[in-house]
Write a protein that binds this ligand. Structure first.
Ligand code: AFP
Length: 349
């Protein structure tokens, strides 16, 4: 019996459009982003041979030193998306303000937000990194979108995805009808559907958190992690394993593949920062992807995608992954025994 024909990303998107689930502009947007990610994969894959490792000698709005590949990846995504007529504007971790589509080009109805190279502090040690993107509708009648027009809750996303540059390059995508994974066939240069309708196991066996921050965590998180580490002899009654890649894309991809829970909680290290991860182009797209795969995404207090953003680079606490385990984390946040006001406070502004 002849094996089924592989389904390319292009064919998948055409079928979604023919079924009326996406329109031509969104299909074009996803294809353009995927093509840009292939260029980023090539640059990342060259490593030291490409002269793109190390620091760029510049900083971004986050006050972080930029890697050369941060800057290059951002430029690749800007150049690829400016002229196609599918976007009204773009926003990036690497740019302080929203980037308008130049007047020389036609404008579309979508807003694209991205972290062009997430986990870039891992680049020089050859650990998996990725590109995260989120798509919103541009408000009706707005042709020159400013930062404020991007400040829409995660529930308003029409598409989200990431590309992970690891031993293989995968594009993971949702348009609100499940989460699907496409593996890059490097010979053909095509993304091929390799996992359709991904489901995250409801129970977690692994947790991911940067435990070097333990002394800064709120008591509810300290108690939650202590009970995980106590294992079978502790209140959870079973052992857990731990992973921390320090590349959100890689940690989330592991969870999509075999379950688990990822936490980057608010802590007391810098009370002006309610968490490390950025809402608009890290937490929200990952939340959409995870929820579409049957998982959950929370601030620890409530659903991440319900947050009304107040800033393009706003940071938030993130707890996401296996649905049952995220519910346990939320219970620790609400339990008065573990959570003085600091934990049970309303979702951070
Ligand atoms: P970089 O892009 O600066 O490497 O940060 C990666 C990240 O935003 C996210 O991908 C990781 O989960 C998290 O930061 C790692 O934070 P720590 O360095 O505190 O572990």
């Amino acid at each position: 019996m002849t094996p089924p024909r592989p389904i390319s990303l292009t064919r998948f998107l055409i079928q979604e459009q023919q079924a009326g689930h996406i329109n031509a502009d969104l299909r074009l947007l996803i294809e353009v982003v995927a093509r840009a990610c292939k260029s980023i994969a090539t640059a990342v894959g060259k490593g030291a041979l490409g002269g793109v490792l190390g620091d760029a000698g510049t900083g971004n709005i986050q006050g972080e030193a930029q890697k050369k590949l941060d800057v290059l990846s951002n430029e690749i995504l800007l150049e690829a998306n400016e002229w196609g007529g599918h976007l009204a504007g773009l926003a990036s971790e690497e740019m302080e303000h929203a980037h308008p589509i130049p007047n020389a080009y036609p404008k579309g109805n979508y807003l694209l937000l991205f972290d062009p190279l997430d986990g870039s502090s891992n680049i020089d040690v050859n650990v998996a990194v990725g590109t995260i993107f989120s798509v919103l509708r541009c408000p009706d009648g707005v042709t020159e979108p400013g930062d404020a027009h991007f400040l829409q809750p995660g529930r308003a996303q029409v598409c989200a995805g990431y590309t992970i540059y690891g031993p293989s390059t995968l594009l993971v995508l949702t348009v609100g009808r499940g989460t699907h994974a496409f593996t890059l066939d490097r010979e053909q240069g095509s993304f091929i559907l390799t996992r359709e309708s991904i489901r995250i196991p409801e129970a977690a066996q692994e947790f991911a958190i940067n435990t070097s921050n333990q002394r800064h965590w709120h008591p509810c998180v300290q108690a939650y992690v202590a009970d995980l580490v106590a294992g079978a002899a502790g209140p959870r009654g079973r052992d857990f394993n731990m992973r921390w890649v320090a590349s959100m894309v890689a940690d989330v991809h592991r969870i999509l593949t075999r379950g688990g829970v990822f936490l980057y909680p608010a802590d007391r290290k810098d009370l002006s920062k309610p968490g490390r991860l950025r809402l608009m182009y890290e937490a929200n797209p990952m939340a959409f992807i995870v929820e579409q795969a049957g998982g959950a995404a929370s601030t620890g207090i409530g659903p991440l995608m319900d947050l009304v953003p107040i800033g393009l680079h706003q940071r938030v606490p993130v707890v996401l992954g296996s649905r049952d385990e995220v519910a346990v984390v939320e219970r620790y946040h609400r339990d008065p025994a573990h959570s003085p006001a600091g934990c049970a406070s309303p979702a951070p502004a």
